[in-house]
Design a protein around this ligand. Structure first.
Ligand SMILES: Cc1cn([C@H]2C[C@H](O)[C@@H](COP(=O)(O)OP(=O)(O)OP(=O)(O)O)O2)c(=O)[nH]c1=O
Length: 193
């Protein structure tokens, strides 16, 4: 059977694929995300996703499909993962009481053919007005620290989100609907089996 490789260290992405019953291997990419900068968020997430997948392709000899992804939050500027608690505070303050977009780029590279596909999905997220206590208590849980936009919609961050427009799973790290379509259309690979 064809190997499926997730080129990501994200436990959320692993969980999302596991929930589909997919048999896959995880190989974290060692691509340096700082090496790419772009003011265009859609270019940026796709470029990062592609390079994460490509860096893993270089390590793999067997026939496989390799999936890389990158998630950012867009609110006036591009927001990635907070570097420290102060940055998490500033990000959460900026998201408070408004709406922002979460963009995930994803890239699939085949090691056995020349086929590659890169795409993205956008989800709109609406935040309630956060109090000082909300922000400080949330930061003290540690949850914001490894997540784009300093929150996890799948965790306590759900308590701040009044509604979303679009794919929930895209916010958590993988746009499963679009991923499935691309796998079927471009690689004849079925997630539903
Ligand atoms: C907005 C949001 C992001 N996130 C996570 C998904 C991603 O793991 C992370 C964004 O960082 P990424 O750089 O996309 O991914 P990563 O560093 O976790 O893993 P890798 O680069 O190895 O693939 O933020 C959530 O878990 N929940 C959310 O609600």
């Amino acid at each position: 059977m064809l190997n499926f490789i997730l080129a990501s260290s994200s436990p959320r992405r692993r969980e999302l694929l596991k929930n589909l019953g997919l048999d896959f291997q995880v190989i974290a990419s060692n691509f340096n995300e700082e090496s790419i900068s772009s003011s265009n968020p859609i270019h940026l997430v796709q470029e990062l996703a592609y390079n994460k997948a490509l860096s893993v392709k270089k390590k793999v000899c067997k026939d496989a499909l390799i999936l890389g992804a990158d998630t950012i939050v867009l609110k006036e500027g591009i927001l990635g993962k907070p570097k420290n608690e102060k940055e998490a505070y500033e990000i959460l303050k900026s998201l408070s009481g408004g709406c922002h977009r979460v963009i995930t780029g994803f890239s699939i590279i085949s090691t056995y053919s020349m086929v590659e596909f890169t795409g993205y999905e956008i989800t709109k997220v609406f935040f309630k007005e956060l109090t000082e206590e909300d922000i400080l208590t949330y930061i003290s849980t540690g949850e914001p620290m490894d997540k784009a936009g300093a929150y996890g919609l799948q965790g306590r961050g759900s308590l701040f989100v009044s509604r979303i427009e679009g794919d929930y799973f895209n916010v958590v790290g993988l746009p499963l609907f679009k991923l499935n379509e691309a796998l079927e259309d471009k690689f004849s690979f079925k997630l539903l089996r």
